[in-house]
Every structure is written in C-alpha cells, then in structure tokens.
Design a protein around this ligand. Structure first.
Ligand SMILES: CC(C)(COP(=O)(O)OP(=O)(O)OC[C@H]1O[C@@H](n2cnc3c(N)ncnc32)[C@H](O)[C@@H]1OP(=O)(O)O)[C@@H](O)C(=O)NCCC(=O)NCCS
Length: 505
C-alpha cells in the first residue's frame, strides 16, 4: 500500500495540479459542510467515477472542488470533479515537454557494463590472459643495449639550442632578419628530416619507439615555429615603437610588467617553454601560485593506472581482434570485413577515450602542476560537438591554439581566403599525422593523410545536412568508425609487407 501511495503521489507531482483547488482538496482546510457530505458520497460512488482501484484507496480519493456558480448542479458543485482523465500527452511525445531521462541514462550504463562484462568473459575464455608487461618493453627496445629512440630524443636539445642561438643573434642584430629566417627554416626542416632518416635507416629502432621519438620532434618543431614567430613579433613591435620615436624605451612586450624582449632570451626561459604543456610561446606565461600536492598525486596515480589499463586493453582486446581481421581482408570478404570492423570499433573507441583522459587530463595537468603552468585549458567539451568543425576546435586545444595563432590567422592577415587557410591547416595536420605513422611503419600508404583531409568535406556535409543531436551522432559515428578503418588499413598493409609468409602458414 505504501508503494502504491508513493507511486500515486509521484504521478501527481509530475503531472502537475489537476484543478485550481486540487491542493486544498487534499488537506480539506477549506472544506465546507456540503463538501464533506459529497466526499462521503464520492467514497461510495468511487467505482462509478471510473477511478477503479485507485479511487477506492484513501490516498487516491478524488478531490472535490467548487465549480463556478451555474455550471454544476443547484448547490454549485458537480460530480464531474471525480474524473481521473484529462487531456495530456504521453511522456515520449515531444509535445509533452518531458525531458528527464536520467533513469534511461543509468539503464544505458548498466547495459553497457553488462554487455562489456560478457565481452570480457568471452575474450578471457577464448584467448586466456594475454596481458604481458614484459612484451611492452620489447615494443620500445629490440636490443637492450641499443636505445636509438632515447638517443634521438636527447638530440632534440641540439635543435632547440640552435634556434636559441639564432634568436640571440637576431636580438643583437649580428644577423639580418632574412638570414635569421633562412637559418630557422634550415633548422626546422632538419628537425623533421633527421629523425625520419634515422628511423628509416637504423634497424634496431622499433615502430613504437619511433612514434615516441618522432612525436617529440613534431612537438619541438611546432614549439620552435612559435618561438621564432613570437620573438619576431616582439622585434617588429619594438621597431614600430622606435619608428614612432616614442620617448619611453620600447621593449616589444605587449604585457606591461614581467619579462620584456630581449630579456626573455635565456636558457631558463627556453627550457621552461620546452617542458611546458603548450605549443605556443609567450614571454610571460600565466603561473599558478603553488604546487597542489594532492592534485598532483591524483594525476600521477591516474597516469599510472590508465597506462596499465591501456596496455592491458590493447594486448587483451585490440590485438586479437586485429589479428582475426586479417583473413577477411586477404580474402576480400566484405561482409566479414564489416563485421570485424564493427567488432574492432568497440575496443578502439574505449582505448581512444581512455587515451584522451590519460593524456589531456592526467599527463598535461600533472606536468602543468609541476611547472606551475597556469593555463589548464587542454580540451573543451568536444563530446557535445554538433558539427565536425566544433570537434576540431575543442578536442585538442594546444594544437588548435597553435594552428590559429601561427598558421590560420597569419594566413588570413596575408589575404588568404578563409577556405584556403582552413584547407592549409588541415593539409599541414594531415602531413604530420601521416609522418607520425608512415615513417615508423616504414610504409607510405596515405590512409592517415586521407582521413585528416576527409574532415573538410565531412565538416561541410554534417554542417549542411545534420544539426543538433543528429550532428552530434554523426560526429560520434565518424570517430567510432573512422579510426578503426584507418587502424585496420595500416595493420593489414603492415602485416602483408612484413609477415605475409607467417600469416599464410
Ligand atoms: C582550421 C582551424 C584552425 C579553423 O578554426 P576555426 O575556429 O573553425 O576558425 P574560424 O574561422 O571560426 O576563426 C577562428 C578565429 O579566427 C578569427 N578570424 C576569423 N576570420 C578572420 C579574419 N578574416 N581575420 C582575422 N581573424 C579572423 C576569428 O575571430 C576567430 O578568433 P578567436 O579564436 O580569437 O575567436 C581549426 O579547424 C583547426 O584547428 N583545425 C585543425 C585541428 C587539428 O588538426 N587538430 C589536430 C588534433 S590531433
């Protein structure tokens, strides 16, 4: 009975007041003599009123209200108030205005956990435990006495110091801007070619180790472009001030107070920028007041935990699924390829989401906390993207910020059209994506490049035809399906190139 009463109460709350005096009817505070009599009569006539079981429970006793004079019977009240129906929409109809689907969201989570628990069990039964931490080490090192990736990473210092020396000379005026530009260009081009050549020539370097090393060089490349441009802007600003023959000493820094150009050209400043979780150089970075130890420990714990989880998921879930996808690819069995693709999409997507949190939240925040770097906007709410454009503006803020500040806006200022500038940014991004995959795999297939360039027409199609939730679903779908397509393409081609004989046997 209690439950029934509760449910009834909840139903009333949600459906709102039925009549103007519904509230007082329950309490009976304003009840009059004839009303009490009618209430008693109503209890007897409950079945007639059509209330069914509800009407007979005291909790669900129909409220009685006065009706405007002349509308009811001679006493000003009518039995029509015993009705239990009214004009109303079903909750799933959009006209009902109902929007509380919290319970359904919880149901989705429970279903997700249950179905993945089943998948997990199936995986363990089928393959046994595949997680092997020792194997992870072999992904980075072929020979324990040869550490080519680490050596490459250490050499990055040479390129950073070369850029620093060029900036020093430019600040002193010992070389012209043109010579400075040429030297920077040579340094930047070597920064990309040198590690690629090493990766392609040194046999002892592993693909994973190469990705790591090339990742460092790519970050350094973007940072050094920013370092050069910002220092150039400072020199231009300084020259403009001098040309205007202002009385106060021009310093080229747009921020009043703090370090001013060229006092920023120190090793300490350079290395702070090299380690800071940003690609955009600034003379005076916003700093946090202190290192929060609990915050830092939480981020470090997350880093460790998610690293283990990522490795485990890749070894246990992703690798066997990819291996099982090779035969349908070789046989060109399209229905099986699609089945395999959809199967791979699930672990791939989970791994990508965990990677996002691990890198953009745990790692970058831990680094920022250690360095007291104040700007923690490493990502925005890309998961609400209703367009592909919104996704690229919000998922990787360090790269997006760099693209806007050092590529897109300067291109617009030079008179390049918006469309051309956007295409240029995506072209550069596609190049780096391909660089980070093709060189370590020693195989040039352009899948990654094509995937990145496909974002331009995809953005147009989604923006043109899909809005709101449909747009959001399209973005999710492109992420869930697009990535495993590229992964399968590369892995298939890599296996065919390197292990075809073993695969056939
Ligand atoms: C190409 C890209 C930079 C375009 O960015 P966008 O935000 O869609 O571009 P918009 O045209 O909306 O303009 C952005 C900025 O330029 C400014 N702008 C626009 N037109 C301008 C003009 N004619 N002159 C000067 N500034 C202009 C806008 O005011 C805006 O400034 P704000 O950011 O300070 O508000 C973005 O899509 C991008 O970063 N893509 C690549 C992402 C990527 O590869 N990431 C890799 C992750 S792994």
């Amino acid at each position: 009975m209690g439950d029934r009463g509760g449910a009834s109460g909840s139903r009333r709350r949600r459906t709102g007041p039925r009549t103007a005096s519904g509230g007082s009817g329950g309490g009976g505070s304003s009840g009059s003599q004839p009303e009490d009599e009618l209430r008693a009569a109503a209890a007897g006539a409950g079945a007639d009123a059509g209330g069914g079981g509800d009407a007979r429970t005291p909790d669900a006793a129909p409220a009685l209200t006065r009706t405007p004079a002349g509308e009811g019977d001679g006493e000003g009240v009518e039995h029509s108030d015993l009705r239990c129906h009214r004009v109303q929409e079903s909750l799933f109809s959009s006209a009902s205005g109902f929007s509380n689907y919290r319970g359904i969201l919880n149901w989705c989570v429970v279903m997700l956990i249950l179905s993945n628990a089943r998948l997990f069990l199936e995986n363990i039964i089928k393959y046994g435990i595949l997680v092997d931490p020792i194997q992870v080490v072999s992904l980075f090192l072929k020979d324990p006495y040869s550490w080519p990736s680490l050596c490459l990473i250490i050499v990055t210092n040479g390129f950073a110091l070369a850029a620093f020396q060029v900036e020093k000379c430019l600040a002193k005026g010992t070389i012209t801007e043109r010579v400075g530009l040429l030297l920077h260009m040579a340094n930047l081009i070597t920064m990309l070619c040198f590690p690629a050549a090493v990766v392609l020539m040194v046999k002892s370097i592993t693909p994973v180790g190469s990705v790591l090393a090339l990742g460092f060089y790519t970050v350094l490349f973007l940072k050094m472009v920013s370092y050069y441009q910002v220092n150039l802007w400072c020199r231009e600003y300084k020259a403009k001030k001098q040309a205007a023959s202002e009385t106060r000493k021009a310093n080229g820094d747009v921020v009043s107070g703090g370090v001013k150009y060229p006092a920023n050209l120190t090793y300490q400043d350079l290395y702070y920028f090299l380690f800071a979780p940003t690609l955009c150089y600034e003379l005076n970075f916003p700093r946090s007041p202190r290192i929060r130890k609990r915050f830092l420990l939480r981020r470090l714990f997350e880093m460790l935990f998610f690293t283990q989880l990522l490795v485990g998921l890749i070894q246990q879930w992703m690798v066997p699924t990819i291996q099982n996808s090779m035969k349908p690819f070789r046989d060109m069995d399209y229905s099986r390829i699609i089945e395999r693709l959809l199967k791979l999409a699930v672990p791939n997507h989970f791994i990508w989401l965990i990677f996002f949190y691990w890198f953009f939240h745990s790692c970058l925040n831990a680094l920022a906390e250690l360095m007291q770097f104040g700007d923690r906007e490493f990502y925005r709410d890309w998961w609400n993207s209703e367009s592909v454009t919104y996704f690229w503006q919000n998922w990787n803020i360090p790269v997006h910020k760099w693209c806007l500040r050092h590529f897109y806006k300067p291109a617009l200022r030079m008179g390049v059209s918006k469309w051309m500038a956007k295409t240029g940014v995506f072209l550069a991004s596609a190049f780096f994506h391909e660089y980070l995959v093709s060189v370590p795999l020693r195989m040039f297939r352009l899948w990654s490049f094509t995937g990145m360039m496909a974002q331009i027409p995809l953005a147009w199609i989604v923006g043109r035809f899909l809005q709101g939730n449909y747009g959001n679903a399209a973005v999710w779908l492109s992420l869930i399906i697009g990535q495993p397509v590229a992964v399968l393409m590369y892995v298939h081609d890599y296996y065919v190139l390197n292990y075809e004989a073993q695969m056939i046997s």
